[in-house]
Design a protein. Structure first.
Length: 213
């Protein structure tokens, strides 16, 4: 039996009959487990609370940037057009005089109200005294038609008044003003007076041809 027991012990790869080996193994195992536990306790954990806080912070920043961009877009919106935006307006002397087919000095001798296509207009008969541009001849009479009501009316033209008119051909027998703000200048003692909303002066050549200053 003693021989059998010895054979069994020699066949066992783990010699646990030695107390010192078992104690050493347990100590090594405790050292390894203790080091891992220490490492795990010193490593910070990312909790769902921190992650949610980060997401909410990013969302708030995006909202602020979006509001700022929207504010810039609103500030850059164009201004609404004026009520007379359908009438051409000329910012330079060259543009104004080029648009006119005729530039004449006249005296208005008569006015009458006419209705055409459902619109009420004024037809003024004007005697031409001098011509700077166009077909009318000095000494002839022309008919100038313009609106009698609304924002687009030449309210400063009166019978008996003297004017410089900038005209476009309406049809074979009548003319229109280039617009109701810049289409006429009042003449008094050979001096030109534009309408209140007209900042454009006529060129020296045109004024000389018409005998006005």
């Amino acid at each position: 039996m003693t021989g059998v027991k010895r054979l069994i012990q020699e066949a066992n790869p783990v010699r646990n009959d030695r107390v010192e080996n078992v104690a050493r193994a347990e100590a090594r195992l405790a050292e390894l487990l203790g080091g891992r536990a220490a490492a795990e306790t010193t490593t910070p954990l990312r909790t769902p609370v921190r992650r949610r806080a980060l997401v909410w912070g990013m969302a708030a920043a995006i909202a602020v940037v979006g509001a700022s961009v929207a504010g810039v877009i609103v500030l850059r919106d164009p201004a609404p057009p004026s009520s007379s935006s359908d009438e051409p307006f000329f910012s330079t002397t060259a543009d104004l005089e080029d648009r006119a087919e005729a530039i004449v000095r006249v005296t208005v001798v008569a006015t009458r109200t006419v209705t055409r296509d459902g619109f009420t207009e004024t037809a003024a008969t004007a005697e031409v005294s001098r011509v700077a541009k166009g077909d009318p001849q000095p000494g002839s009479s022309i008919e100038v038609v313009y609106s009698s009501s609304g924002p687009e009316q030449a309210g400063g033209i009166r019978r008996g008044g003297e004017y410089v008119l900038l005209l476009q051909r309406r049809d074979a027998t009548s003319w229109n003003l280039v617009n109701t703000v810049q289409g006429y200048y009042t003449v008094k003692q050979d001096a030109l007076t534009p309408t209140t909303d007209n900042p454009v002066e006529l060129s020296a050549g045109v004024r000389t041809s018409l005998g006005v200053s």
